[in-house]
Design a protein around this ligand. Structure first.
Ligand code: ADP
Ligand code: MG
Length: 239
């Protein structure tokens, strides 16, 4: 019998309401879901449904207005901004649709950047060697000194993935990481996420519209109008 996977994240009735002028705009209306350790989850659903809002809360880039967020069994809903930043640096990697790289800074320096905010710094030499190994890992051994402005979209997203890995995160969140890429490059980037999940055991949640979702994700979760409207737990996630 396969072992029961550990719960990494649990959301209970998570809500987010924006205030525009004097109007309340409910965006997340009570999201309850479980994210198991080691999964590769595709978050799907129509535009405007609240996927990015949810991802930003999961990645501690934003805070909910109601409900609970438990990470490793610990309630992280009401942490201070500093505590959230610490947790984000130590545990979480984030990849964006538009890469969010410094365009005129080398790939290597972009990857090294998050270490500036890390606890337990290593020597400059060790940090550099680690960043180089990550760029090799994403297939950019020969592009380390190139600037993102000199790279293709797929290469830029690989730099962004290496940067997201530099603090050895347990979880990677990626919000439409292939949204600006052609279909062939998208597939390569999705395969990279799959490899990181399978080989490094990193838990990954990514927003995607890719029709190939079933081929690489272990499970899918559908969000519509601020609610979870479907999600099948694939047995492959148990192995
Ligand atoms: P998705 O990523 O699924 O397309 P979003 O989470 O970006 O959806 O947006 C969900 C809804 O929340 C949209 O109607 C959007 O206009 C609204 N929204 C997102 N961010 C804000 C904000 N900062 N202030 C007000 N409304 C917002
Ligand atoms: Mg979005």
């Amino acid at each position: 019998m396969p072992a029961t996977p550990n719960t990494l994240i649990e959301l209970r009735g998570l809500r987010k309401t924006y205030r525009l002028g004097d109007v309340d705009v409910p965006v997340l209306k009570g999201i309850s879901m479980t994210i198991h350790e080691g999964t590769l989850m595709a978050l799907m659903g129509p535009s405007g449904g609240g996927k990015s809002t949810l991802m930003n809360i999961l990645g501690f880039l934003d805070v909910p207005t109601g409900g609970q967020y438990l990470l490793d069994g610990r309630d992280v809903t009401t942490l201070s901004a500093n505590a959230r930043a610490d947790l984000r640096n130590a545990r979480i990697g984030f990849v964006f649709q538009n890469f969010n790289l410094l365009a005129r800074t080398s790939a290597l320096k972009n990857v090294l950047m998050p270490l500036e905010y890390a606890r337990n710094r290593k020597s400059a030499k060790e940090e550099r060697a680690w960043a180089e190994s990550l760029l090799e890992r994403v297939g950019l051994a020969d592009r380390m000194e190139h600037q993102p402005s000199q790279m293709s979209g797929g290469q830029q997203q690989r730099v962004a993935i290496a940067r997201a890995l530099v603090n050895r995160p347990k979880i990677l969140f990626a919000d439409e990481p292939t949204g600006n890429l052609d279909s062939k490059t998208s597939e390569e980037v999705l395969r990279m996420f799959q490899e990181l999940n399978e080989q490094e055991g990193i838990t990954i949640v990514l927003v995607t519209h890719s029709p190939e979702v079933g081929a690489f994700a272990k499970e899918a979760c559908h969000i519509k109008d601020g609610l979870v409207v479907g999600g099948a737990y694939d047995e492959r996630a148990l192995s």
